[in-house]
Design a protein around this ligand. Structure first.
Ligand SMILES: [Ca+2]
Ligand SMILES: [Ca+2]
Length: 176
């Protein structure tokens, strides 16, 4: 069979296609881990921003934000106290941070916004019972698995549930 110059044989095409498939198979995990790393870095930066806002709140009001008002969800209380301007007595305070819209939304539709991590999970925020009048907070990003893997006990802090899901969590803790 004659072959026109420049045409590929089936075997040549199969070899090229196989090489492309192998290269893509090598590239996909690398890309996935780069995306995971950049999300984790963004989550770390986001927690640092929230930490600074919490300290600004403390400096202005002498305490960290409550975790039970408005509503009973700690995250919603934190979002309200850090991202809105509200009245205390005769004085208006805040907002203590300007959050990009993508980071706050009303995920459960109850009218109160919540903070979401760049890794996709919903933050957990609790005020802890401090000894000797200390003001303490605990802020947790549930990590890539979006699973807290435990509960927060107001007296003793984070208590893992044994699932191991807490291993990729990120914590911030303030005490003054
Ligand atoms: Ca809500
Ligand atoms: Ca987790």
């Amino acid at each position: 069979m004659s072959r026109s110059p420049g045409a590929f044989t089936l075997v040549e095409i199969l070899v090229v296609v196989s090489i492309i498939i192998i290269l893509m198979a090598m590239l996909v995990p690398i890309t996935a881990s780069v995306i995971k790393d950049s999300r984790r870095k963004a989550a770390k930066a986001s927690m640092n921003t929230m930490e600074m806002a919490l300290e600004r709140y403390y400096n202005d009001l002498g305490d960290y934000p409550p975790d039970n008002t408005p509503g009973s969800d700690g995250n919603e209380a934190l979002t309200h106290h850090l991202t809105t301007r509200f009245k205390i007595g005769e004085r208006y305070v805040g907002p203590f941070m300007t959050s990009p819209a993508a980071q706050t939304r009303d995920g459960d539709g109850d009218g109160f916004f919540e903070f979401y991590s760049p890794m996709g999970g919903k933050y957990e925020y609790r005020r802890l019972q401090g000894m000797g009048g200390l003001s303490i907070y605990l802020l947790i990003d549930p990590g890539e698995d979006r699973n807290l893997g435990g509960t927060i006990n107001p007296a003793s802090g984070f208590v893992p549930d044994g699932s191991g899901a807490e291993k990729d969590n990120m914590h911030k803790h303030g005490q003054r």
